[in-house]
Design a protein around this ligand. Structure first.
Ligand SMILES: Nc1nc2c(c(=O)[nH]1)N[C@H]1C(S)=C(S)[C@@H](COP(=O)(O)O)O[C@H]1N2
Ligand SMILES: [Mo]
Length: 218
């Protein structure tokens, strides 16, 4: 977000920038996801914490659209009906937040990112994406990190419609990276030749964010 409308959000941003400067929660150890389920420096939680900038858009499905633009052969703008008419998948995965909580076995349903890539046909030169939410949040990722079987745009969590506070009506889920990459209230995907920082990436957080090698900070 370019402007920071509320003091709570301002305080959160300052706190998390300080964590980045301090290298909070860094263990200096890497782990192999094939051998260890919990990434280094993480602790397991059974509840589902809510983390965002304090602005939770109240979006009806009828008001939701997803725009796919930038370096693609077929730019898209999906309405809710278009989105629901795409092939649907259900995937179960673990999520890991940079603030050190992890949550196992989340069942998500929605449209796989590989399907969206087939529809949008990114150009060869497109190597990065920027995701934007209806709250003004943004986060960047290498294209290779969304071109995976486990990445989806989810409208359902644990067999129920995704709650507003968790990004409903639809959010991105990129389970192999820290959860700040999984944009809630997903509005826009831009394909880019060059990488650009999103909201947290411009505030000291890592451009990629692999929890197994603790890519917490820049
Ligand atoms: N649109 C949007 N997406 C967002 C955020 C946000 O502030 N706005 N916060 C990110 C962060 S820091 C985390 S940890 C996860 C939290 O998702 P949850 O609230 O469902 O646990 O959402 C990510 N996606
Ligand atoms: Mo986060």
């Amino acid at each position: 977000m370019t402007d920071e409308p509320n003091p709570k959000m301002e305080k959160l941003a300052r706190t998390k920038e300080q964590w980045a400067r301090d290298g909070r929660a860094l263990t200096g150890v890497s782990a192999d996801p094939a051998k260890v389920r919990l990434p280094p420096g993480q602790r397991l939680t059974k509840d589902f914490p809510v983390l965002d900038l304090g602005v939770q858009p109240n979006l009806a499905q009828a008001d939701w659209t997803l725009t796919v633009a930038g370096q693609v052969g077929h730019p898209l703008k999906w309405t809710w009906a278009d989105f629901m008419a795409q092939p649907q998948v259900t995937l179960t995965n673990d999520i890991h937040c940079v603030t050190t909580w992890s949550r196992y076995d989340n069942a998500w349903s929605g449209v796989s990112m590989r399907h969206l890539l087939e529809m949008a046909k990114p150009f060869e030169k497109a190597k990065y994406v920027m995701l934007r939410g209806y709250d003004g949040y943004s986060t960047n990722l290498p294209l290779a990190d969304i071109d995976r079987d486990d990445v989806l745009i989810a409208h359902t969590w644990q067999n129920a419609p995704l709650a507003r506070e968790h990004g409903g009506p639809a959010r991105l889920v990129v389970p192999h990276l820290y959860f700040w990459k999984s944009a809630k209230w997903l509005r826009h995907i831009t394909f880019m030749e060059k990488d650009q920082p999103g909201y947290w990436e411009a505030r000291g957080y890592h451009m990629r964010g692999d929890p197994w090698t603790e890519e917490r900070y820049d």
